[in-house]
Design a protein around this ligand. Sequence first.
Ligand code: 13P
Length: 287
Amino acid sequence: MTAREWLEKARREKFAIGAFNVGNLETFKAIVQAAVSQKSPVIIESSPGETAWMEAENIVDLARNYSEEYGIPILVNLDHAESLEQCIEGIKAGYDLIHFDGSKFILEDNLEIAKKVVELAHQGGLVVEGEIDHITGSSEVYTGSAQGEIAKGKFTDPNQAKEFVQSSGVDIFAAFFGNVHGVFTGGGENLRLDILEKLAESLPSIYFSLHGGSGIPDDQVQEAIKKGIVKVNVNTEIRQAFKEGLQEALDENPNEYAMYKILPEAIEEIQKIVEHKIEVFGSAGKL
Ligand code: 13P
């Protein structure tokens, strides 16, 4: 099934597909193992930094190899690409979905680039995601509440979103309605579900993504899925699990030098997180 067909199935059956970021092979393995054990479709994604580190072709090849080995669908998403050049790199490398994040541009420039990305990506049958309002926060563990980061952003206006989606032709829309990036020790990641509801009303045929999937309480994510979210992006909780799992394994085995003996503990920690997210998103057993 293509990315579009999976998104359509998710919308019809009211579940969301997890889009999990990869920055190394161990994270890749953990996500794949979680998808296999949960019998779930999965999206592997790479931010600009992760793409530069792992290289686009390697990410696509790993996804295709694992997909064949385990017989599960693994879609590949270019996450938060910030220029036409980055999008073209992803298209050429064989990604299935391209997220052009033009939120740092003025709206007209964002629209102009988005149109070009849509034209090129659609020729190859790829799916394109657009964004107009910067999703605040970053992949960090913040001390305190999310309210400060949320206040730095501008919630998406349904009318502006409608205009952008209709003129650009994007397939997926990344809205900002309280879904900040990162994990906040003081909580406070409260989604404005009323805004999502208005967006879904004004754009009934678009697919909606939920960025900032780390740290948002499970019940809120599930409410958002009921209101139309079909793709949930998760990064920080995965990075946190990797770092903590690795740290623990290194502390426990001071005389071990074979990294393939140390890293399974980090993989296990990530796998637990991804399995839980898959359950929350309702995509378990959907293969
Ligand atoms: P988190 O780091 O908050 O999970 O957000 C990830 C994300 O939205 C990637 O696009």
